[in-house]
Design a protein around this ligand. Structure first.
Ligand SMILES: Nc1ncnc2c1ncn2[C@@H]1O[C@H](COP(=O)(O)OP(=O)(O)O)[C@@H](O)[C@H]1O
Ligand SMILES: [Mg+2]
Length: 262
């Protein structure tokens, strides 16, 4: 059965896109069939796999999420192949900036994405659908979580990394009124520099927060992540022996195990 996992946190820069892209690559590299969905108007997930010209071509053409949603179409026809086996993507569009407005007039507006995804889920073509969420908590973010089985919360090990997490938990509770099955799979701690106190502080605070699984594989700050993004490649492909590529490989395994236990 296809599992839908979203990477969400209203805090920008927490590592949502990097984690979604890298975990997706690792899952596909180990044989799972993966569909990535770029849910953010900043196109960062799309840019993790395609150069700017190609990403803008998708965005300006109609092979993108916004076009599908605007047309009220099933997402099946908007899938693009990446350079990697078992790994496809639905690109985003800068027009996603007006998605809140578009959704406003729609009937059952929190469930538009879920309905558009139904054909893909029912077909069983993918083991995982991974959705990269924007740093907002509006109707579109609600759509992403309504369409998800699980949410992974990337949290940056920084002084402000945990700020606003309470809002996120409240938001998840309100999503559960529509999607009671939504489970918080775990917190993925990113951009860790163990020499800095923030890391210890972040881990201690998270441990004190009851009922939250924190993935034991946290991700260190690694310049390979930025070089990979600069080269429009997931870090696992850009430099597979880099620290972050290996760590994301381990995190992907941990995520798979956690899903099996649920
Ligand atoms: N492990 C890492 N090491 C170094 N830089 C990272 C790492 N993870 C993310 N970054 C950088 O941090 C910034 C924010 O990450 P991103 O994944 O885009 O977060 P979000 O999607 O939550 O806004 C990006 O510039 C990215 O290159
Ligand atoms: Mg992002």
């Amino acid at each position: 059965m296809t599992k839908v996992v979203s990477f969400a946190n209203n805090k920008g820069g927490s590592g949502k896109t990097t984690t979604c892209s890298s975990v997706g690559y690792a899952l596909a590299a180990s044989g799972s069939r993966v569909l990535l969905i770029d849910g953010d108007m900043q196109l960062n997930l799309t840019l993790s796999y395609f150069n700017e010209d190609k990403a803008l071509e998708f965005a300006r053409g109609d092979k993108n999420l916004y076009s599908a949603l605007k047309a009220g179409a099933a997402l099946d026809g908007y899938i693009v192949k990446t350079d990697y086996e078992n790994l496809d993507i639905i690109p985003s569009s800068t027009l996603m900036s007006s998605i809140e407005f578009e959704l406003f007039t729609k009937w059952q507006r929190e469930s538009i994405l879920k309905k558009a995804l139904k054909g893909i889920i029912d077909s069983g073509v993918y083991d995982y659908v991974l959705i990269d969420a924007p740093p907002t908590l509006g109707c579109w973010a609600m759509n992403i979580l309504v369409a998800s089985d699980y949410i992974i919360l990337p949290v940056e090990a920084s002084p402000w990394g945990l700020f606003g997490l309470a809002n996120m938990f409240e938001f998840i509770d309100s999503v559960r009124e529509i999607n009671p099955a939504l489970e918080l799979l775990g917190v993925a701690v990113t951009k860790v520099d163990e020499r800095r106190n923030y890391f210890k502080q972040t881990m201690e605070t998270l441990k004190e927060t009851e009922d939250i699984k924190v993935f034991s594989r946290f991700i260190h700050t690694d310049s390979s992540v930025e070089w990979a993004q600069d080269n429009s490649k997931p870090v696992g492909s850009y430099k597979k022996t880099s620290r972050s590529a290996l760590e994301y490989g381990e995190l992907a395994k941990e995520i798979e195990e956690e899903i099996k236990c649920r």
